[in-house]
Design a protein around this ligand. Structure first.
Ligand SMILES: [Zn+2]
Length: 457
């Protein structure tokens, strides 16, 4: 396991995660960044400080200053506006009636802290969570987002002080929230959950409001349903298939310039076709064309459409050209350096940043379906290797592994990442390129999903 002290590098996490809404209602309880090599286990390493605010500079985020009072920031530190250098380049949101994700993207790493304010009746302000980003400015064009999903009313962004950007989430009604950073590019992710209202949200078919790039054709569920459990609540009704990478991110590049993004899209499409053709299960593909999607968006899509399973498809790569075989991951701390390296590559980030994610993963994984994900990984890995071994000699089963993959963080359903072979290995790459292997891999993954579903009974 990566040492937790390594992670104390730059950031400063305010990860006191899963704060129940009703608790900590004393206005500005703040957790902020401390960069101390003497980090102790647990969240106590983060010093809690009271933030005293300053004047209001932005109409968008005004009102937040009231709970703070004038004058100071971070204890006794004087307010010295440093030259703001980081830029908030984007704010986005994805939501449904029991889940919202908001992402704030910056052009570099920053310090941030977050705070919760209770409803202020005197000025008619709702309950709010706000995040102060130090040394930052808002880029032109970055605007407030009306959300109105029953959890959040609005996400607002503004220049609170010359060197502080404030992001405010106006709360309608939420149960818990988590805030954590991802790297390369640096972004702050806010996941908000409400009370479980699955049936309602399913009826509302929030899926239909998805962006048009999503492939969301649905097969008639009356036909060809060979899976058990059809129609029973709590079973598998919708699967999100995620083809890794895409657009300007080619993923790993193999011999002759073959690109992971193309291979995995082919396998993902074949898998989607099989699921639709052979089962009564809905499939949503995060991408069905060569487009770029941030990793956090892929998870957000799965949560937004109330998927019951999430399967992310990839091809492996290693500097060791002899490395070959199939492995399946689920979200957890990496147990080996190799697994951490795979996560770094798939996260498009450094090993150090993977370490940072590991340090906060314990907290992020509260409520995460780890056992179900491990079981899904087992079933898929086994069926995939069985199926391919029948067709090809020398298929290597590298087993089920664990790692901190951005694309799996925050998924509310059992979720896995499948490495279908090594694109960096000449033999594996030749297999990956063939339609037959892609087809057999898709069949193997589907067989694993079937076995997983059978096990639910
Ligand atoms: Zn990949």
């Amino acid at each position: 396991m990566v040492s937790r002290t390594v992670l104390c590098a730059l950031i400063l996490l305010s990860c006191s995660f899963f704060l129940p809404c009703c608790a900590g209602a004393d206005e500005t309880s703040v957790t902020t960044y401390v960069v101390s090599p003497e980090r102790k286990e647990g969240s106590t390493l983060l010093s809690k400080v009271r933030v005293k605010g300053a004047d209001r500079r932005s109409s968008s985020v005004s009102g937040e200053g009231k709970a703070e009072g004038p004058g100071r920031v971070l204890g006794d530190a004087p307010v010295v506006p440093s030259f703001p250098s980081a830029l908030v380049t984007e704010m986005r949101s994805w939501s449904n009636p029991d889940y919202s994700r908001v992402s704030v993207t910056l052009d570099r790493e920053v310090k941030f802290s977050y705070h919760k304010l209770r409803r202020d009746h005197t000025v008619h302000l709702p309950e709010r969570v706000y995040i102060d980003i130090s040394g930052a400015r808002v880029a032109p064009g970055v605007k407030d987002i009306p959300i109105g999903d029953g959890l959040l009313k609005m996400a607002r962004v503004g220049q609170f002080r010359p060197d502080v950007v404030r992001v405010v989430l106006d709360i309608e009604s939420i149960k818990e929230y988590k805030i954590f950073p991802l790297s390369d590019p640096f972004r702050i992710i806010i996941d908000v959950r409400g009370e479980r209202r699955t049936e309602i949200s399913r009826l509302e078919e929030s899926i239909q409001s998805l962006d048009t790039e999503l492939d969301m054709r649905k097969e008639p569920s009356e036909e060809n349903n060979v899976l058990p459990g059809k129609g029973k609540p709590g079973k598998v009704r919708r699967i999100v298939i995620d083809a890794g990478h895409g657009g300007h991110d080619p993923g790993a590049v193999g011999p002759g310039g073959m690109r992971e993004k193309d291979i995995v899209l082919e396998i993902a499409k074949k898998l989607a076709r099989k699921i639709r053709g052979e089962t009564g299960i809905d499939v949503v593909m995060t991408r069905s064309t060569d487009i770029f999607l941030p990793l956090e968006e892929r998870t957000a899509i799965a949560n937004k459409v109330n998927a019951d399973l999430f399967v992310s498809i990839h091809a492996n790569a290693s500097l060791n050209k002899a490395a070959a075989g199939i492995e399946t991951y689920y979200l957890n701390l990496a147990k080996t350096d190799k697994a951490a390296r795979v996560a770094a590559r798939e996260n498009n980030t450094s090993l150090e940043k993977v370490g940072l994610l590991q340090s906060i993963l314990f907290d992020l994984m509260a409520n995460y379906k780890i056992n179900d994900s491990a079981r899904l990984a087992d079933d898929v890995q086994k069926s995939l290797c069985d199926r391919l071994s029948k067709k090809y000699a020398g298929i290597r089963n590298l087993g089920v592994k664990q790692g901190p993959f951005y694309v799996l963080v925050g998924a509310t359903m059992p979720s896995i990442l499948v490495e279908t072979a090594f694109i960096s290995n000449e033999h594996d790459a030749a297999l990956l390129e063939s339609q037959e292997y892609q087809d057999a891999a898709a069949s193997g993954i589907l067989a694993g999903i079937r076995n997983y579903i059978k096990g639910l009974h």
